[in-house]
Write a protein that binds this ligand. Sequence first.
Ligand code: NOJ
Length: 560
Amino acid sequence: MDADVQDPTWWRSAVIYQVYVRSFADGNGDGTGDLAGVRSRLGYLKELGVDALWFNPWYPSPLADGGYDVSDYRDIHPQFGTLAEAELLIAEALELGIRTIVDIVPNHISDQHPWFQEALASAPGSAARERFWFHPGKGADGGEIPTHWVSSFQGETWTRTTDPDGGPGEWYLHLFTPEQPDLNWNHPDVRREHEDILRFWFDRGVAGVRIDSAALLVKDPDLPEVGERDTHPTEDRDELHDIYRSWRAVADSYPGTRVLVGEIWLPDVDRFAAYLRPDEMHTAFNFDFLARPWGAESFRESIAQTLAAHAPVGAPATWVLSNHDVTRPVTRYGREDSAFAFLAKRFGIPTDPQQGLRRAQAAALLVAALPGSLYIYQGDELGLPEVEDLPRDLIQDPMHFRSGGTDPGRDGCRIPLPWSGAHPPFGFSPPGTATWLPQPDCWATLTVAAQDADPHSTLNLYRRTLGLRRALPELGDGPLAWIDDPAQRVADGILAFRRSPTFVCVVNTGDSPVPLPAHEEVLLASAPLDSDLLPPDTTAWLRTTPDAAASRAVPSRKEQ
Ligand code: NOJ
């Protein structure tokens, strides 16, 4: 076992690989990824150089929202395997020095979960309904929706129930789909149950939990409309902090550092950072950077704001280029407007895949050089593009349906990984198997096997990047100093910073090549350099001579 498995600060610099189990590798040949598939590919993940795996929800679920509709938090979806296999996987990964993070979904549960089934079968006002947000409708016959809160999946957030006699009944709240009823976090059962679920997985050796929709759990019980009061009725309510303090106490009661990682989409960075106070979560996904368009100015603004907001609470930043909810970077960065916004997705937005790939590779080196921890979504290490031409009748994502078919949804970044061979299923499943979402025929050059053999592939670039990041003590958590000095020839479109007196990362987001800052050695570059020129859409890591000013700006770790 790797020695650093004992390191209590592992999460501050960790490289965490996101496994979307359904699409990682199929061990039993049914066209859907599973735990057996992951176990058979642990060697690949070790060689890639990651420190931890975050698994999207792997629990029993009707899969109305890709598993974020959990019907049993203490078991494994039968399509994915068994609890015993999950325990083996956690232990085998740890043997390789790789920790496991599981996804906890506390805001809502599946409508098939026994609690909700019991609530539906019980009368209005019953104890079973108190665990949710059941409410009479407005108007004389209760036919008017209780509030007009809009779902992040578009559409209404309340569904009317039918009483046992067949008549119309109360409404229940679901911030996402009707198959995901929201839990009432004012109810002690809800709190107790989730703390128990945390213990269940910590007892099985997981090193942390990713907390889904972490800023949505608490609602204003008066059910005001959005904008009716100063505070939002369902987002970022102050009472949440108390919940995460209790969760932190549970995590801290275990040996080693068990981390809480929040999924928090908030525009206000200071409100965001408040969740990372020392007695709350350890880290949270930094979506501000992910949403930014390609360009030195927007990146720098985001990085600077992020680091400034994290510093007072002492939490490390996280860097995330993509995940199972957003457009793959290769496709996004190839667009004229490369910013990401959830509800701006449409069919047929043009992209330049060559430019997108080049930028995605440059972005990978940039984020790997920034202070804090790093998330890599499966397939980004292969430079996979978003699949944007899935046949409409195969699309499964509820976001597509709730948009009335105008939003392609998120399936395009959830396509099964290509491992080997010249035709689908590309080693994901046995030959001839239809995978749960089809892979494009043109992925033959993107398979792991094809990229393994090519020293210039995206996969080998990721391996070199993560290898160096592990080897260089100045990377991961620690200080950063911008290089603005014109003497160091920093031009427009350039982002340059030091991580130590002798380490510089420089990114050229502009249109023309620029001279590299003075250096002794190019440690790594995302694309071939033209002697001492840094081409457009390229990042380089440089070893420089130590200079006195730089030493003051970025002390080495030993001096801090
Ligand atoms: C965020 C998850 O990442 C997303 O996939 C899911 O649909 C929503 N939360 C609801 O659980």
